[in-house]
Design a protein around this ligand. Sequence first.
Ligand SMILES: NC(=O)C1=CN([C@@H]2O[C@H](COP(=O)(O)OP(=O)(O)OC[C@H]3O[C@@H](n4cnc5c(N)ncnc54)[C@H](O)[C@@H]3O)[C@@H](O)[C@H]2O)C=CC1
Ligand SMILES: O=C(CO)COP(=O)(O)O
Length: 305
Amino acid sequence: MQSLTILGGGAWGSALANLGGKKGDRVNLWSRSSSFNLESVITGADVVVSAVSMKGVGATVDRLLALELSPDTIIVTVTKGLDPASTRTPSQIWQNAFPNNSIVVLSGPNLSEEIQQGLPAATVAASLDLAAAKQVQNIYSSDIFRVYVNEDPLGTELGGTLKNVFAIAAGVCDGLQLGTNAKSALLTRALPEMIRVGVRLGARAETFYGLSGLGDLLATCNSPLSRNYRVGFGLAEGKSLEQILHELQSTAEGVNTTNVLIDLADRREIEIPVSRQVYRLLNGEITAEQAVLSLMERTLKPEIL
Ligand SMILES: NC(=O)C1=CN([C@@H]2O[C@H](COP(=O)(O)OP(=O)(O)OC[C@H]3O[C@@H](n4cnc5c(N)ncnc54)[C@H](O)[C@@H]3O)[C@@H](O)[C@H]2O)C=CC1
Ligand SMILES: O=C(CO)COP(=O)(O)O
């Protein structure tokens, strides 16, 4: 029996606590509002899963740094975001803070509401330490959750993070009722845009064709269960971003990710046309219709994949 501690009692943290208990492992779910203290569930934990939103990663890392975390404890991160100050990914932040611990990224097409209903899903546990990834694979695999492993944590993490920008675009596409052809074009062009960014940041291109890239792109861009999709859909309906986020009452990481991505792409001169239109829309510079027109009227070029 292993001891598993989940940090963050939101939608995904709660689902991961349920999934983690399927094999009889001991599971502790800790959130800021928990009555028990963090130290009591960190001491002796084999695996600690960080399921907080991007804005909580820094504070969570600091909390754990103040405790004696064993170097044998595997840290799993499931956050899909980028840090605005450093543009780093959550796994990079965790690895920097805990250089002696194995860091595993768990990411895939995993809409928490479907998983809470017991519907089947697959995901990826990725780490530079393959043994740690396999340990997480064994803990989480069940008859409703199939876990694959790979050794590209950065690519796995960036797939889940970047697809949120395109989920906003997909919500716009559906909200404006642009049709199936437009949606297919959008998703197909999104993939090379994700790969272009990922490869420049050090990820492997092929990772983006897997569950954590294309898989998560398809799930999130096609489901009203996705909060990022709902942001785009609401913008297409003419709602303000403020109103949409107020109605959501939950995390839509794509908003922050888009802003950080533009900063990163500007500094590194990466071409990200779709993301740029999402950025202009989110920041009130253009309407949803103008965003579509800007993409359609770009300079004609070969189809570079
Ligand atoms: N909900 C889903 O279907 C999935 C979500 N994710 C990712 O998991 C992360 C969390 O998402 P959700 O649970 O859905 O969001 P949520 O909005 O339901 O919950 C966010 C959690 O982060 C915690 N948090 C925020 N700031 C904190 C801080 N300063 N200190 C401690 N805890 C803090 C909140 O208390 C809450 O427990 C996001 O990055 C999301 O992209 C990944 C896969 C699936
Ligand atoms: O990442 C997710 C599914 O894999 C959840 O998507 P949202 O954060 O858009 O709800």
